[in-house]
Write a protein that binds this ligand. Structure first.
Ligand code: SF4
Length: 290
């Protein structure tokens, strides 16, 4: 989306392609809204979406983020978020009488299924990702023998033998994944399988944000400060040498940030709903028109 600010000198505001809520998060939000519309209390272990404003909006409808199943009493729905959940936790929720709505993103489900299949086929599974990320914890819940590596150095330290398979967290860095894969094939191993399970929407979003950052005067990256994919977008834009601001909502954009800027770029993480993108565009437009 490109827009004219309406002010003198044809200032522009452009939103990077693919910005905002991805297919998997949108699907989870729709499932949550549907359950809430049926009047059922809906609980989620950890934030459904890494965006405080969207979490607050859902909370007003009866959606609750919990840290433990012990916080839940009475009949209710447990929504499994797009990151997925460990099967033992899902089983425990079921045994407590909770209704499970599984909103695991199909692309994350693929990594879970693949990891189990590879493990059962006798491969030592290496999972490229962040060991503390909920998606990775859920994948390891399905395939407990999978070894998590965060980068090439960690992969190099692995003592490997036999058949090895490499998969990745859906939001892992494609560059680092390629480095790990390239290093693995230099090892003296009888068989190596590399399955690129990185989400194409994430790759495309990063590529579009970096491309836009290369031709504007200032970038605003929208999304929760606790959102890993938004932080990554901010890093990529800043690496293009353009002044980059990570903002969660429109009120954080200031006239000072826009001083002497004519071309404004916007990118948004996978957890940023369209209404926040629209509000930030409106805020920038009004500040530039003053
Ligand atoms: S970023 Fe990709 S893998 Fe993750 S929830 Fe969105 S669509 Fe699914």
């Amino acid at each position: 989306m490109t827009g004219d600010s309406g002010g003198p000198g044809s200032a522009t505001i452009e939103v990077a392609r693919g910005s905002g809520v991805c297919f998997g998060v949108r699907r989870a939000l729709e499932m949550a809204e549907k359950a809430l519309a049926e009047g059922r209390p809906v609980y989620c272990l950890g934030p459904l979406i890494h965006n405080p404003q969207e979490v607050s909006r859902l909370a007003a409808k009866g959606f609750r983020v919990i840290e433990s199943l012990d916080e839940v009493q009475g009949e209710c729905v447990l929504l499994v978020r797009s990151h997925g959940l460990q099967p033992d936790i899902v089983a425990e929720a079921g045994s407590r009488g909770m209704t499970i709505i599984d909103a695991t993103c199909p692309l994350v489900r693929r990594v879970q299924t693949l990891s189990v299949e590879l493990q059962e086929a006798g491969y030592a599974v290496i999972l490229a990702g962040d060991a503390g990320h909920p998606e990775v914890r859920a994948i390891r819940g399905h395939a407990p023998a999978a070894v998590v590596v965060g980068d090439l150095d960690a992969a190099r330290r692995l003592d490997l033998a036999g058949r090895v398979a490499l998969v990745s967290q859906t939001t892992f860095s494609p560059e680092e994944f390629r480095r790990i894969a390239a290093d693995l094939v230099t090892r003296d191993l009888p068989e190596i399988r590399v399955v690129n399970t990185i989400c194409a929407a994430t790759v495309e979003r990063q590529r579009a944000a970096a491309e836009l950052a290369g031709r504007v005067d200032v970038m605003f990256v929208l999304g929760g400060r606790n959102s890993a994919n938004t932080n990554r977008l901010t890093e990529l834009c800043a690496a293009r040498g353009v002044t980059t601001y990570h903002v969660e909502h429109a009120d954080e954009v200031t006239a000072e940030q826009l001083r002497c800027r004519r071309r404004v770029g916007i990118a948004a993480g996978a957890s940023t709903p369209q209404w926040i993108i629209a509000a930030v565009c409106e805020r920038i437009r009004s500040l530039m028109n003053r």
